[in-house]
Write a protein that binds this ligand. Structure first.
Ligand code: FEO
Length: 131
């Protein structure tokens, strides 16, 4: 079974800047799947640092667009972003990355969160913008 996220049209919000950034987040999370199988511990740490930094960059960019658009769901959406970054910070990587099973659990969490967030939560914004 392919564990990676397969990007397809269903992920598109129709907002080019957001879609490009989402594709980058998908690439980073997918690189974790490769990394669990073959990368060093340092590489895995670096991938997760990259994910945290790029997620922060993307969330700020998305929230700026929402603010400019006067989006009513902004505060709720910000809370979701914050909870995701907090969760990444809570991962005890030395413990998780020492066990392939725990590393896959973390990957599945990240994959599930991102796909649900894009398909459900971010789409609420793009739908509101196109209404
Ligand atoms: Fe695209 Fe709300 O993150």
């Amino acid at each position: 079974m392919n564990k990676k996220i397969i990007w397809d049209q269903s992920f598109e919000t129709g907002i080019a800047e957001i879609d490009t950034q989402h594709q980058r987040l998908v690439e980073i999370i997918n690189s974790l799947a490769d990394g669990i199988v073959q990368a060093s511990m340092d590489d895995l740490h670096n991938i997760l640092t990259q994910l945290k930094e790029y997620a922060n960059y993307h969330f700020r960019a998305e929230e700026t667009l929402m603010e400019a658009a006067g989006y009513a769901g902004l505060e709720e959406h910000k809370s979701e972003h914050l909870a995701f970054v907090d969760q990444i910070l809570l991962f005890d990587l030395d413990v998780i990355l020492a066990s392939e099973g725990l590393a896959w659990d973390m990957f599945h969490f990240l994959r599930g969160w991102l796909t649900n967030h894009i398909l459900v939560v971010d789409k609420k914004f793009s739908t509101a913008m196109s209404a």
